[in-house]
Design a binder for this molecule. Sequence first.
Ligand SMILES: [Mn+2]
Length: 319
Amino acid sequence: MPVPVPATLLSFIREGTDFIVTGHREPDGDCAGSQLALASLLRRMGKTALACSAGPFKRSEIKSLEKHFAPYPEKRDGLRLIVMDCSARERVGDLPLDGMPTAVVDHHVPGNSWGDIRYLDPEAPSVTFMVLRIFEELGMEPSAEEAELLLFGLCTDTGFFRHLEAGMTEAFRAAAVLSAAGASPKKTYAAINGKKTLNSRLLMGAILAKTRPFYGGRLLLSGETLEETRQFGLESRDSDTIYQLLLSIEGAEAVALIRQENPEECTIGFRSQDRIDVAAIARDFGGGGHKNASGAKVPGTISELEEQVVRAFSPWFRP
Ligand SMILES: [Mn+2]
């Protein structure tokens, strides 16, 4: 059963008049969708609400939403902050509003200890699912535009329902409600999966071509060099599709992708099938995330980190 929306959050919303709705930096569809839908709901309730983000809006599927985000305003009395899809203060990036009354709505593990009020549901398929529950608790029905934003996040975080197990009926109930409110799965699919550039496919080809198997093919490792980022462009990254393609290989249980972000630092992305907890592995590298999807930012070069990354998986592949 979903975690009930805390009464404290509902009063925080009902009693406030001026809201800033923010989320993690480098927003994804769930973050952007939940922010914009909640801000829209607050405005329909007669409040002021600005959606703000530290950006950058790198993902092609949310580029068209960037125009709905405003710069952060100055701190002022009465302003309330609601933070979406964000497990820690650092993940918000630049935020000139520290100290304002803050509510956090999130579905990451482990438990979030940030904010004055917390609505945390680690089982929620997306934060937009949690926002739909807020709508329902406030007795509000999503408009067609809001429903579209909410379905967008639900489909982003569930990989269009591919990541759900049997019995996760709440996600489908939400999808039914949103579809009835005017959201189109067809349009959502095109928004998430269409509009790719040739460079993004070429970069993917380069990364796939370098993929190496470890532990008999149970771990697949690849990377992206600074040279490749320069050649194809940062905006050509399409991590979700790469992980999806690599995890579709027979016997693959986990994927690690090491990207050289600058001469001193890499980001490592981890994905896994059910069994392997890559959130725990990412934490060992100072990062975090979900059990089957996580990441970390680590000093070093790709060649320096490869061996550490492979070794981090050894407990999972012991005979
Ligand atoms: Mn999310």
